[in-house]
Design a protein around this ligand. Sequence first.
Ligand SMILES: Cc1cc2nc3c(=O)[nH]c(=O)nc-3n(C[C@H](O)[C@H](O)[C@H](O)COP(=O)(O)O)c2cc1C
Length: 258
Amino acid sequence: MVFYFTATGNSLYVAKEVDAQPVSIAQAIHDPNKIYQADSIGIVCPVFGHEMPELVKEFLKISRFETNYFYILLTYGNRHGGAAELAKAYVEGLGIHPDYINVILMADNFLPGFDMEEQRRLDKKVDEQIVHIKSDLAERKHFIAPVTEQDRAAHQEFLDRLKPAPGMFHDLYEITDDCIGCGICTKVCPKKCFHMEGQKSVWNPAGCISCMACIHACPMLAIKLKMPEKNPQARYRNENISLCEIVDANNQWAEPQE
Ligand SMILES: Cc1cc2nc3c(=O)[nH]c(=O)nc-3n(C[C@H](O)[C@H](O)[C@H](O)COP(=O)(O)O)c2cc1C
């Protein structure tokens, strides 16, 4: 059994490689009875600020996992900042003892820091990393990805930088007049932060986990970051994952919108 969260498909790609039918956390979080039993249970998600996304943390907090082998795979784009150690500490605080945590370097979808055209061109040897991890999992290996003092310092530096502006990642987007009202943003948002007013999309920052699924999926480039972007013309979705799969993963509207 594998649970995943994804904004732009990297983590879904990994989840599909390790399990034929991975379960979306954005959907499972609404399960009335969150007690999961399986011989092996995995979590696959991106790293946000070196940590698991809030949605994933919330899901882990309110669920119970009964398994012989619990693992976490963290996709990241540039600097994991000790993500394995941070994830281990988080789940241990919930009484979960992880057998295996590993990190996977993939395209970095963080628009303020990276040009998506360039990220698409870089060969980060993703499939080789996945082959290695699949073999570890098949052997039920016990392993937590090593963390250096440099990683810990990078995380501390990130926290210090965030301190003077704690809300900087919570008032992220503006929607321009290029919006044609297609509604894709409403369907890829895992937190239901978008709704339609007439032919225009409206963003409500409450609950936003800044995953950037919306901005990457907008076909009109009508969602902009309020902070500078490396390349405002370039957006990203993992080449092996379709827009429909991101919608199926994250859509929070049970009924079609008006
Ligand atoms: C808000 C945000 C924060 C991020 N923080 C980090 C980070 O601290 N370190 C890193 O290497 N990548 C970071 N990334 C990049 C993603 O972790 C990476 O691209 C991931 O594979 C995306 O997975 P997904 O396609 O499944 O959403 C961040 C991305 C976003 C949107």
